[in-house]
Ligand binder design. Structure first.
Ligand code: NAD
Length: 279
């Protein structure tokens, strides 16, 4: 495993598992099997409605809490709610969150940010993240923050490597967690000839080549999967290195196209979007 050191000196594993769009049952099984296979980074969210399942899986795995890097996200409907962090902790059945994100840049983000800062001061949250914030919005947060954020979480993959955002992150010593690291399973990305070629050279799958590219680009990855063989493969990327020329060849795939584009109106809708019950 490789680690990223955050701007508050916390060490974060660079690869883990995400549980977006998994039912409680699926999330519980995936997290438990990933932890048993050596994964130590888990990414969930209020909005995935599987935080309770994630908490159960952490307990069942017998891995010590302090060995796990637990990431979750507040949903905009609770940004201003005094109990938002405590309720999240209750669902996860833990007394601290390693990294807590604001999930969406809705107009009430300042309430959410102050709420997370309070939780940091009380030791309930260790690091702060911003998910889906644009460069402009991030600049506003950096001005507003009393406690500096550590991470962003945005869509990133070889078609959309976020080069411009990464300049700002570098200036502020912030890290990037890449969502849709495999293009959400898009075959046109997974089957690019450059990945097949490099896969043959290094005896790895195309997905493993893409994930290795992320790691060498400094991105933290947490691909989604219900398939135990894929979950294992997705960690087996630390025994080889792409050379500079290969990294440059992959960089030519950047076509500036992302899979998910939300209008400001769609983002604002999240403020009223109620969540499924978390069981
Ligand atoms: P992904 O790019 O990780 O792709 C997942 C797809 O790739 C699945 O269809 C899976 O079956 C396939 N796959 C996984 N491993 C594979 C392998 N080794 N070989 C071949 N195929 C493989 O996209 P995702 O799962 O949607 O996103 C990853 C995580 O990002 C989510 O679980 C979630 O935690 C996070 N996410 C966050 C946000 C946000 O707003 N912050 C939005 C979307 C997703």
């Amino acid at each position: 495993m490789e680690y990223l050191t955050l701007n508050n000196n916390t060490k974060m594993p660079m690869a883990g598992i995400g549980v977006f769009m998994l039912s409680s049952e699926e999330a519980e099984a995936s997290v438990e099997s990933a932890l048993r296979d050596g994964a130590r980074l888990i990414d969930t969210a209020n909005a995935y409605s599987n935080e309770s399942a994630t908490g159960r899986a952490m307990k069942k795995s017998d891995v010590k809490r302090e060995e796990i890097f637990l990431v979750t996200k507040l949903w905009p409907t609770v940004y201003g709610d005094e109990d938002a962090v405590d309720n999240t902790l209750k669902r996860l059945d833990t007394d601290y969150i390693d990294l807590l994100f604001l999930h969406q840049p809705t107009s009430n983000w300042k309430d959410g940010y102050r709420n997370i800062e309070k939780a940091v001061r009380k030791g309930k949250v260790r690091s702060i993240g911003l998910s889906n914030f644009s460069i402009e919005q991030l600049k506003e947060v950096l001005e507003f923050a009393e406690i500096k954020p550590q991470m962003v979480q945005v869509e990133a993959h070889p078609y959309y490597p976020q080069n411009e955002l990464k300049e700002l992150l570098k200036e502020n010593e912030m890290g990037l967690m890449a969502w849709y690291p495999l293009g959400h399973g898009d075959k046109t990305l997974l089957e690019q000839p450059v990945f097949t070629e490099l896969g043959k050279k290094y005896h790895k799958s195309n997905a493993q080549i893409i994930l290795r590219w992320h790691i060498q680009s400094g991105n933290v990855i947490f691909p989604g999967s219900k398939n135990p063989a894929h979950i294992r493969d997705n960690f087996d990327i630390f025994d080889f290195e792409l050379n500079e020329e290969e990294m440059k060849e992959i960089a030519t795939l950047n076509n500036g196209v992302r899979y998910y584009n939300a209008t400001p109106e769609q983002v604002e809708f999240y403020l009223t979007m109620e969540l499924r019950e978390d069981i």
